[in-house]
Design a protein around this ligand. Structure first.
Ligand SMILES: Nc1ncnc2c1ncn2[C@@H]1O[C@H](COP(=O)(O)OP(=O)(O)O)[C@@H](O)[C@H]1O
Ligand SMILES: [Mg+2]
Length: 259
């Protein structure tokens, strides 16, 4: 069996693992919210974490970044232990994070947001990186001088992701990038831009409540309920599993609950 196949269990080999989360328990104060979670993302994969509101999806991302309280487990980036490193250092090592809210500077122009994303680099290097980031989001090219607060929800989210791309991260942690977008726009962002990030070799860990759309593009998916992973499988296999559809997507059909 080829080890590079995306349809194989990500845990089968760690050879090309970008991000490996093992046995992570985390929460806030004394309360554990996420329990003993294992997640693996390989280079070039989009891996989705889906589950109901309050399942602990955002807390999992925040745990990786040291924003939630770490209670146990290990995080590896390209096979190297990065557990407990400060956010700034994780960013330098190649982990980019786009939070659900407060992901852009609204009062600044698109260009200024991207510039800030590349603050570590020289003016010249920033220009090169901005070109690369804009290749993912060509719609932003004509909007570089617009203030973010005047953009549509979709353009605003593209700005947020493009800003993080300025660091050229190997791994992208995206917390509900389609929150607040229409079902149509959500689908477009996932199927076009987010999928393209994977196709360009990024390892994308995508947290989504719009489960159907996310599973449709995910190479691999984890289902979280009450802080635990209850199933992991290929996205399409989750979609095709009647029991999973019933439990996670709603008996009346997925579109009712996830649009
Ligand atoms: N800062 C916080 N302090 C205490 N509890 C929190 C905090 N943030 C989230 N929680 C709790 O953690 C649980 C999981 O939340 P979250 O990770 O945001 O879920 P999801 O992203 O899956 O909707 C919820 O019960 C929520 O109330
Ligand atoms: Mg959340």
């Amino acid at each position: 069996m080829p080890t590079s196949s995306a349809d194989q269990a990500p845990v089968a080999t760690h050879a090309r693992s970008a991000l490996s989360i093992r046995g992570v328990t985390a929460g806030y104060g004394d309360a554990a919210i996420v329990h003993d979670v294992d997640v693996e993302v390989r280079h070039g994969q989009v891996v989705a974490v889906v589950g109901p509101n309050g399942a602990g999806k955002s807390t999992l991302l925040k745990a990786i970044l040291g924003i939630a309280r770490w209670m146990g487990g290990r995080v590896e980036l390209n096979g190297k232990d990065v557990t407990g490193l400060p956010l700034q250092q994780l960013a330098r090592l190649g982990i980019g994070y786009v939070p659900q809210i407060e992901d852009v500077f609204e009062a600044l122009r698109v260009r200024e947001n991207l510039d800030m994303g590349g603050y570590l680099f020289s003016h010249r290097e920033r220009a090169v990186r901005m070109e690369k980031a804009l290749d993912f989001f060509p719609q932003l090219r004509s909007k570089l001088n617009r203030f973010v607060e005047t953009l549509s929800g979709g353009e605003r989210k593209m700005t947020a992701i493009a800003r993080v791309l300025m660091l050229d991260p190997a791994v992208l942690l995206l917390d509900e990038p389609t929150a607040g977008l229409s079902p149509e726009l959500s689908r477009a962002v996932l199927e076009e831009q987010i999928k393209a990030l994977g196709e360009h070799g990024k390892a994308v860990l995508l947290v989504e409540q719009k489960a159907v759309a996310a599973l449709g593009i995910a190479d691999w998916a984890y289902m979280m309920v009450q802080g635990r992973v209850v199933m992991s499988a290929r996205g399409v296999d989750v979609l095709g599993n009647p029991e999973m559809r019933e439990i996670f997507l709603g008996a009346k059909g997925p579109e009712d609950r996830t649009a």
